[in-house]
Design a protein around this ligand. Structure first.
Ligand SMILES: *[C@@H]1O[C@H](CO)[C@@H](O)[C@H](O)[C@H]1NC(C)=O
Ligand SMILES: *[C@@H]1O[C@H](CO)[C@@H](O)[C@H](O)[C@H]1NC(C)=O
Ligand SMILES: *[C@@H]1O[C@H](CO)[C@@H](O)[C@H](O)[C@H]1NC(C)=O
Ligand SMILES: *[C@@H]1O[C@H](CO)[C@@H](O)[C@H](O)[C@H]1NC(C)=O
Ligand SMILES: *[C@@H]1O[C@H](CO)[C@@H](O)[C@H](O)[C@H]1NC(C)=O
Ligand SMILES: *[C@@H]1O[C@H](CO)[C@@H](O)[C@H](O)[C@H]1NC(C)=O
Ligand SMILES: *[C@@H]1O[C@H](CO)[C@@H](O)[C@H](O)[C@H]1NC(C)=O
Length: 397
């Protein structure tokens, strides 16, 4: 020890003369917590008469080597160093945070003296990189969605990639200043996200997939609005939706079986006119959207479907009313049953004939009310159905 102190002092005095003779490459040297570093000198193997390594500003001796006496390891470094006595290179093992700092080496090769220094950064390796997505799936468009990238390790930097392309703050994506939190909101932000966490000694990737649920929206039905009877027609329904939606068709109030986006009729009929409603449901959110398409089937070569349809209805109404009134009068004149009662009924017919005019369809399209009225006839007739009941009963008879 005495010898080494003498050598140290001697070298310190002489160091002014050889400060320019760097034997350590430009630093810093980077090590990982618990790992090893190698302070490698640039000199070729030779016979060194003295090697002296110190740490810190108030130098702590790491190792003191004299070719005549061998190495003496400093307190706290026993079992933690390996010294190459031909180059002066030092390996430091089992790094701790306390090893961060400046290292100096003094070498003597016969009459030559080298003094050099470098610094060591001890980093924790990156570990446990994860992306946390909030909220939990399903992620529904419109809400705020954040991806948080975390990892253990010192001096971490982060980089984000989406589907293999670097992510930076933009219209819809906001990256926090430290790049830890990424905020997204649009359907186009669905994709595979990767967060690469790095420091000077290591890096780790974390990745996760974002699936933004949306729709159905932008719904439309494509197809003709006017066709001639007998023509083929196809209506095509479309909507934007994730997950993809299935479709339900209705014609007027009647559901069309099947869930195809297309509805095709090879040979149209007049009754194919009307409202076609296409509904799409998002199975995740339960959101349902509908759109209506009007189709008129007109006669071949006829100018206007609306006029024709209107005419047909009016003709039917006129015929219907005429028939009803005629039947009534025939019945009335052909029998003398209960004239007093009949008189009362008559007034209902004339005063309030509207049920016949406004809604003649039950009589023709749906014969069941007729039978219902027959049954009702067994109990006292209701004023409004008085005439009809009597009339229907007579027909039944
Ligand atoms: C250690 O990291 C620094 C950045 O802090 C870098 O400039 C240097 O080259 C690294 N050292 C080595 C030996 O890789
Ligand atoms: C120098 O290192 C070599 C190889 O490690 C070893 O054999 C030798 O004894 C060392 N010299 C001294 C003086 O310790
Ligand atoms: C070496 O020491 C000098 C003087 O103390 C200092 O300015 C310099 O930054 C050190 N170099 C390294 C690599 O630590
Ligand atoms: C590492 O982080 C510490 C504090 O967290 C800081 O003081 C130091 O300058 C950082 N080093 C580098 C090379 O970024
Ligand atoms: C981590 O991600 C980067 C950037 O995409 C890539 O270059 C690298 O190969 C990935 N590393 C691993 C281990 O997947
Ligand atoms: C649907 O409604 C239209 C217009 O109201 C009508 O012309 C058509 O006959 C109806 N078709 C069916 C099958 O109900
Ligand atoms: C359904 O869709 C509407 C409009 O697109 C949207 O405002 C609403 O939040 C959605 N509801 C659900 C449960 O997704």
């Amino acid at each position: 020890m005495v010898a080494s102190v003498v050598v140290f002092l001697t070298m310190a005095i002489l160091s002014g003369y050889c400060a320019g003779l760097e034997v350590l490459p430009p630093g810093p040297v980077n090590g990982t917590l618990g790992g090893n570093v190698f302070f490698k000198t640039t000199i070729n193997p030779t016979t060194l008469s003295a090697i002296f390594w110190t740490f810190g500003d108030t130098p702590v001796i790491i190792v003191d080597f004299l070719s005549s006496e061998g190495p003496v390891t400093g307190e706290g470094y026993v079992g933690r160093i390996r010294l190459d006595n031909s180059t002066g290179s030092l390996e430091l093992l089992k790094l701790t945070i306390a090893d961060n700092g400046e290292y100096r080496v003094i070498l003597r090769e016969s009459d030559l003296m080298y003094l050099s220094n470098t610094s060591l950064n001890v980093y924790e390796t990156v570990s446990g990189a994860t992306i946390t997505i909030t909220p939990n799936p399903p992620i529904i468009e419109g809400g705020s969605v954040t991806l948080t990238c975390d990892a253990a390790g010192f001096n971490i930097t982060r980089e984000w990639m989406k589907d293999g392309h670097p992510v930076s703050s933009g219209d819809d994506i906001i990256l926090s200043e430290d790049k830890r939190v990424l905020s997204i909101k649009k359907r186009t932000d669905s994709g595979e996200y990767l967060c690469r966490v790095s420091n000077h000694v290591s890096s780790e990737n974390a990745s996760d997939t974002v699936n933004v649920i949306y729709g159905p929206d932008g719904m439309e039905i494509k197809g003709p609005t006017k066709i001639e009877v007998g023509q083929k027609f196809t209506l095509t329904c479309s909507a934007y939706s994730n997950p993809p939606t299935s479709y339900t068709w209705m014609h007027n109030e009647t559901e069309i079986p099947g869930h195809s986006p297309e509805f095709t009729k090879e040979k149209s009929e007049y009754s194919d006119s009307g409202d076609y409603t296409c509904s799409a449901t998002n199975d995740v959110t339960g959101n349902k959207t509908s759109v209506v398409h009007k189709l008129s089937v007109k006669a071949e070569g006829s100018p206007s479907v609306v006029v024709i349809t209107g005419t047909v209805i009016i003709v039917l109404l006129v015929v219907e009313v005429a028939v009803s009134v005629a039947v009534y009068f025939i019945k009335k004149n052909g029998s003398n049953v209960e004239p007093m009662h009949r008189g009362g009924s008559q007034q209902h017919v004339y005063e309030n004939p509207s049920p016949v005019y406004e809604n003649p369809s039950p009589v023709y399209e749906n014969p069941s009310p007729v039978r219902d009225n027959t049954q009702q006839n067994q109990s006292p007739p209701l004023p409004l159905t008085d005439f009809k009941s009597t009339y229907d009963t007579r027909i039944m008879q």
